[in-house]
Design a binder for this molecule. Sequence first.
Ligand SMILES: [Zn+2]
Length: 412
Amino acid sequence: MAKIYFLDVTNRDGVQTANLGLSKLEKTMINMYLNEMGVFQSEFGFPTTRHESLYLQANLELADMGVLQPIRLEGWIRAVAADVEKAFKLVPNIKHLNVSISTSHQMIQGKFKGTKSREDIVSMMVDALEAAHAHGAASVGVNAEDASRTKIDFLVKFGLAAKEHGAQRLRYCDTLGYDNPFTIYESAKTLAENVGMPIELHCHGDLGMAVANSVAGAKGAIDGGQDAYINTTVNGIGERAGNADLVATALAVTKSKGFAEKYQLEKPIDLTKAWKLSRFASYAFRVPIPVNQPGVGANAFAHSSGIHADGVLKDPENYELYSFDEVGRGEPELVETGREICSGEYSGISGFSHIMGQMAVKFKDAGQAKKILELARYANVEAQKPLVEDELLFIAKYPKIAKKLLTLTPPE
Ligand SMILES: [Zn+2]
């Protein structure tokens, strides 16, 4: 039986959202949390973008060190052979790529303005695949941008050409959130049956159906005999109305009516990490978690009306589908209400030692403490808000990696 995999795209789709962004250290922390949670793959950034190079290299080093393991780190680029060349030049140790190109009539006409035919689209994609394999890429997925507005016959043709040239997955992008669960089910099933390659479901929320479409698309791929790779982002942050939310989608595939009896995850997602990850992403993006967010919203386990409160006190299963501790909630949180010493770009050694001491971090000498403080100050320059405990601990534990993440040198 084919299985479901989770492929998170927060560090690609999430960070390209208008008005939002993450520092390179924050992106790294997201990868660390996704790994802890058991997510199969993180689309961790843009290998052709120069300011990402050191971040991507540093994260691949963390993978080699066994820190970012077993998560797979994959970079997103356009399906253009020259971009593949540039990606391997800037990030030579990259192993996994997704190459993306528009496939719909609307976009081929609207973006390429009559300079490209559908045949050109297929041959550009094939050239990009061949270039990636020539550089020794371990896996390449092919993205059909605007797949939901693309004629299915052409998508099959596109997918077959990708498969013939060694692609490992076909990403069905519902770029505009146009699908509904019924249409995406049919498309994913048709592609799985006729292309014979694992299908990625990349869904957006413009009509409020990103999670539902992801679940239906996964069902379609599996009913068609192929593995399903659901694309998610933390807190659903993504272009416009966002992507399928990681936690909500994981809850949907594991807890919705009868679904998990037949459609299973390749390996479990550890939802007890959901609370920590969602809160971190909310802080890092500076986007509050909506009170009604599944699992992690403030009201997800709140009851006030008489009948509900009475019912849940008698037996939580009366009004709760799953328990708060399953999503990592229930621990009391300490909030400082008096004096607070926090990290900043102008922090000094005394305050910094106080903060690190509270976390029981011991430095071997004053020189080491100063070095870590300097890194933390740089991290604050990028983040423009106090670092969280896990970020400070990360810097103290991996100072060489942190230095790489914090080094931004524009080309001449
Ligand atoms: Zn997207």
